[in-house]
Design a protein around this ligand. Structure first.
Ligand code: ASP
Length: 306
């Protein structure tokens, strides 16, 4: 089977003239490191699920992206992390929303899938679960970066709620995600985020919602989205790509293109997605100024922004 791995580090305005070369470099390096981590799992015969976890952990630990370390701040200056992961073999999944303890929220999502009878845990209950199963935890000081505090102050001052990239495309990047196809043709998808800058406490976006920000099924595709979460949830973006393939017989690229360039604009949604199918095809459409993204297959690879 054709191995494939695709990643994103968020979509948004991302103006060329306001993204410093240092920040651009930091994002490109983190994406390349995450590609290597996920690819290593795939080439050693590991599962798509393992590759997604490995790649997302690297992106969560990179302070330049809005997930794990470097997550954006909520109203009041806190951190509320959302993540989900889905296995295309049996459509089993796990997710956490509004938690603040796990150092790597994608691992908390995976633990919900593996070690609980549930799919989605939120808030203090999710944090209690993280403690109970003994996952790595981190203090607020680990997640907070000076760039995020400055960004939050700027957005909070004008009373707005903003996509990471649109809030200050000069300083910061975005939500992260990964999709993979392994040597058995098994698919998986994962997404992790701090959400929107200055979001209301308790606000949950699309990233931890299966079918909205994340979806995986071997018969169709694995999808991870990024953008304004509210339209993504109303449209069911990730499941919609899968259903266009299943019920309308569209191929991966056509289905993803329709959702991002026709259906999402219909509900005034901005963003993008990465997707793979069981033949190892990759597509990465977006309707914003840019999307931090990377992919690797047996024959090709790339790290791109615009
Ligand atoms: N989709 C995320 C959310 O709405 C934000 C992002 O993709 O940057 O929480």
């Amino acid at each position: 089977m054709a191995l494939a791995l695709a990643l994103h580090g968020g979509a948004g305005l991302i103006r060329r003239d306001s993204l410093s070369s240092e920040r651009e470099q930091a994002a490109r390096i983190a994406l390349a490191q995450a590609l290597d981590a996920g690819w290593k799992v795939l080439t050693k015969g590991g599962s798509a699920l393992g590759a997604v976890e490995a790649a997302v952990v690297v992106l969560e630990d990179a302070p330049c992206f809005n997930a794990g370390r470097g997550s954006v701040l909520t109203q009041g200056g806190g951190i509320e992390l959302d993540a989900s992961i889905m296995d295309g073999r049996d459509r089993s999944a796990g997710a956490v929303a509004g938690c603040s303890l796990p150092r790597n929220p994608i691992r908390a999502a995976l633990a919900v899938r593996d070690r609980s009878p549930h799919v989605l845990l939120c808030g203090p209950g999710a944090d209690a679960f993280v403690q109970e199963v003994g996952l790595d935890q981190a203090a607020l000081s680990w997640f907070l970066t000076p760039e995020r505090q400055t960004q939050y102050a700027r957005v909070a001052e004008r009373g707005g709620v903003s996509l990471d990239h649109d809030a200050s495309s000069r300083d910061v990047f975005g939500t992260v995600g990964a999709v993979a196809c392994d040597r058995h043709g098994d698919l998986a998808a994962g997404t992790s985020t701090g959400g929107m800058v200055n979001k209301r406490r308790g606000r949950v976006g699309d990233s931890p919602i299966l079918g909205a920000g994340t979806y995986a099924w071997n018969s169709t595709c694995a999808v991870s989205g990024t953008g304004h979460g509210e339209p993504f949830m109303r449209l069911g973006v990730a499941l919609r790509v899968s259903m266009l393939m299943e019920l309308r017989d569209l191929n991966l690229a056509c289905a993803a293109h329709q959702v991002i360039h026709t259906d999402l604009p219909d509900v005034h949604g901005q963003g993008g997605l990465i997707a793979v199918d069981a033949q190892g095809n990759v597509t990465m459409p977006f309707n914003t100024g840019g999307m931090f993204r990377a992919f690797r297959t047996a024959t090709d690879e790339g790290v791109e922004i615009w």
